[in-house]
Ligand binder design. Structure first.
Ligand code: KDG
Ligand code: MG
Length: 411
């Protein structure tokens, strides 16, 4: 099956990994073919970047040389099943990068934007949510108002917790937020009771200030037990949140049953999922409303399409992760995907810095609360290798969370 020459054959000649840090680290795979066309894929795994670089350089690229870039599904199966060691964030980010790059190549050879190859557009734009965060309820509501003034129809609200010196997901900058922040992991402290008191107050104030129409979202960042999450969801119900995200760690998919029993607040989960197997039970038992798996961490467009199709059968919509650690290459891929599937829900959009946008010129743009993908063939994103080379890798970590007595918190 592999390597069958045909009129549409595009032989992979070489591939390389580009690591750059224009303010934060990004890992990009570039695959070149004998058709004079190359493709790009995002392989960034926040805080563990170099493990994916090694996986690609030492174990994947040698297997790609000489293959037909058009055989996307076969190459996906070859890398997933052929490795014997299936799944996991490192493996699936590497496979995702190859998959994105191959779709990019196919689109460029066909002369079509990727979304056309995925079935064409199902909608005119992709509704996104922005991040409003502040140290206090008042700050957060003010920032949310500035997002509303920019035209956002959906806003995520996170505020500092009284009594805690810092809170994950709350940045000092109003428009940019960077979760990976130090050469060694920062240690944040946590107090569940104080957190559970402040969030409903934040939502009450935001609903009063922002009105009924705007969608309001919240990310718990896996900080609660299922019964605590059920309680928070119930306390938020009067303010009709769009979703409560990552309410509890999801290794045990059954724990969502307990949350569901106690609240009608819609549930979103999945930014750290790598395959359909991480969410199969959550979806088929209708324990969630939005699946947040992303192109880069869930095996690329090929596998995310499979997850979305499965979710569609159960009335679960997508809400792809879109934090700054997902590069503009991933964001472009996500937008082609979002615009082409029937069960799209919402897309996260944390703006990249100007420096990142310079290194990754792209053709998507924000207008009236939505992102719009352009008509360039393939993904519609590039990497300026000269600029990328100016910003070498800098080790950076996501913070660690401890309860105030020092317990390393992860129930
Ligand atoms: O790399 C981790 C971040 O992307 C993540 O913490 C951000 O939770 C996040 C979100 O929903 O954007
Ligand atoms: Mg999140």
């Amino acid at each position: 099956m592999a390597n069958t020459p045909s009129s549409t054959h595009a032989k992979i000649l070489s591939a390389k990994v580009i690591v750059t840090c224009p303010g934060r680290n990004f890992v990009t795979l570039k695959i070149e073919t004998d058709q004079g066309v190359y493709g790009l894929g995002d392989a960034t795994l926040n805080g563990r970047e170099l493990s994916v670089v090694s996986y690609l350089e030492d174990h994947v690229i040698p297997c790609l040389i000489g293959r037909d870039a058009h055989q996307i599904e076969d190459i996906w199966q070859y890398l997933y099943r052929g490795a014997y060691w299936r799944r996991g964030p490192v493996t699936m980010s590497a496979i995702a990068a190859v998959d994105m790059a191959l779709w990019d190549i196919k689109g460029k050879i066909a002369g079509l934007p990727l979304y056309q190859l995925l079935g064409g557009a199902c909608r005119t734009g992709v509704m996104v949510y922005g991040h409003a965060n502040g140290t206090t309820i008042e700050n957060t509501v003010e920032v949310a108002q500035s997002y509303q003034a920019l035209g956002y129809k959906a806003i995520r609200l996170q505020c500092g917790v009284p009594g805690l010196s810092s809170t994950y997901g709350v940045s000092k900058d109003k428009m940019f937020y960077e979760p990976a922040d130090a050469d060694l992991p920062t240690e944040n402290e946590w107090n569940t009771e104080a957190y559970m008191r402040v969030v409903p107050k934040l939502f009450k104030a935001a609903r009063e200030a922002l009105g009924d129409e705007v969608h309001l979202l919240h990310d718990v960042h896996h900080r609660l037990t299922p019964i605590e999450a059920g309680r928070l969801g119930r306390d938020l119900e009067p303010y009709r949140p769009f979703w409560m995200e990552d309410a509890t760690p999801a290794e045990n998919q059954e724990s969502f049953k307990l949350i569901r029993q106690h609240t009608t607040t819609p549930l979103a989960v999945g930014e750290i999922f790598n395959t359909l197997w991480d969410c199969k039970d959550l979806i088929s038992n209708q324990l969630i409303d939005y699946i947040r798996a992303t192109v880069v961490h869930a095996g690329g467009i090929t596998h995310l399409k499979r997850i979305a199709s499965f979710a569609d059968v159960y009335g679960v919509k997508t809400g792809c992760h879109g934090a700054t650690d997902l590069s503009p290459v991933c964001m472009s891929a996500a937008l082609h995907f979002d615009v082409s599937i029937p069960n799209f829900g919402i897309q996260e959009y944390m703006r990249h810095t100007e420096l990142t946008d310079e290194v990754f010129p792209h053709n998507y743009s924000f207008k009236a609360g939505s992102l719009h993908i352009g008509e360039a063939p393939g993904l519609g994103v590039d990497i300026d290798e000269e600029k990328a080379a100016k910003y070498p890798y800098q080790r950076a970590y996501l913070p660690v969370n401890r309860l105030q007595d020092g317990t390393l918190f992860n129930w």
